[in-house]
Write a protein that binds this ligand. Structure first.
Ligand SMILES: Nc1ncnc2c1ncn2[C@@H]1O[C@H](COP(=O)(O)OP(=O)(O)OP(=O)(O)O)[C@@H](O)[C@H]1O
Ligand SMILES: [Mg+2]
Length: 252
């Protein structure tokens, strides 16, 4: 279980997270929605400690990970977590196959002679075949995204944080990724936290849904309850309406 308490993060004078309280249950799919720039990516980067928050706590199975500094403890944390970057973040100088197996060397003791088979299997899971030797620069945007997901899956994380896993994918591939997220839950009990702008997908895969707005949680609720919410912010967002309390101007 991940318990987030009063989490705060500012970049200079910009207050991005102003007190996030949230519980993410084991074995569930929790989706995070909210306008652009509301701090969704910042929040999940804090969970995997790519960003150190200014205040508050993140308890992972009861242990506060907010201020750990030792490389060993951070490695232990990251062994259990997978993180799909919003931008994919593949290494351009490595082949696709090397990208997929990149984490194995650092996070697992998998023997090197298994790498090729793992790369093949993980790529197959995301619908890609025979592209191990290509470079990321030779792939389409959607393919890069899938390779990045294969890299996340390769280390067998217990918790996967997905930053917009289906953005830039065609509808069929989006559906396949959604099914994969649900499959990982069913077969391996993987906990997923998914940032998405795709409401159809959110309603399909979520056990719980969370809406972030102005650095705080507006609503966190089980899917059905969330869907029926009368909260004007939540309603406006779900309906994708330009009318309502949410203003779309982003200020510096
Ligand atoms: N490293 C950083 N340095 C300075 N400002 C940052 C940094 N990372 C994020 N921000 C700012 O924090 C705010 C929230 O950014 P974040 O990426 O978390 O938003 P988001 O909700 O993921 O948006 P989107 O839906 O567009 O991906 C933005 O205003 C952004 O400019
Ligand atoms: Mg983001």
């Amino acid at each position: 279980m991940i318990q987030i308490k009063n989490l705060q993060k500012n970049f200079g004078r910009k207050h991005v997270l102003t007190g996030v309280d949230l519980t993410i249950k084991d074995g569930e799919v929790t989706t995070i929605i909210g306008g652009s720039g509301t701090g969704k990516s910042t929040l999940i980067k804090c969970i995997i400690r790519l960003i150190e928050p200014n205040d508050g706590q993140i308890l992972v199975d009861g242990k506060d990970i907010t201020h750990i500094k030792s490389a060993l403890e951070l490695a232990q944390l990251r062994r259990n977590f997978g993180y799909l970057f919003q931008e994919g973040a593949l290494f351009d100088s490595l082949s696709v196959g090397e990208n997929v197996t990149f984490g194995l060397k650092y996070l697992t003791d998998t023997p090197k002679n298994k790498y090729a088979a793992i790369a093949k299997d993980m790529l197959a899971l995301v619908g890609l075949k025979d592209i191990e030797k290509l470079r990321p620069s030779e792939l389409s945007g959607g393919m890069k995204k899938r390779v990045a997901l294969a890299r996340v899956l390769a280390t067998g994380p217990k918790v996967i944080l997905y930053d917009e896993p289906t953005s830039g994918l065609d509808p069929i591939m989006s559906e396949i990724i959604d099914e994969l997220i649900l499959d990982l839950k069913k077969k391996l009990g993987v906990t997923s936290v998914v940032i998405t702008h795709d409401m159809k997908s959110a309603f399909e895969i979520s056990d719980a849904m969370v809406m972030l707005h102005e650095g705080k949680v507006k609503l966190a609720a089980p899917r059905e309850e969330f869907k029926k919410s009368k909260n004007p912010y939540v309603k406006q967002f779900i309906e994708g309406s330009s009318q309502g309390p949410i203003k779309m101007t982003i200020t510096k």
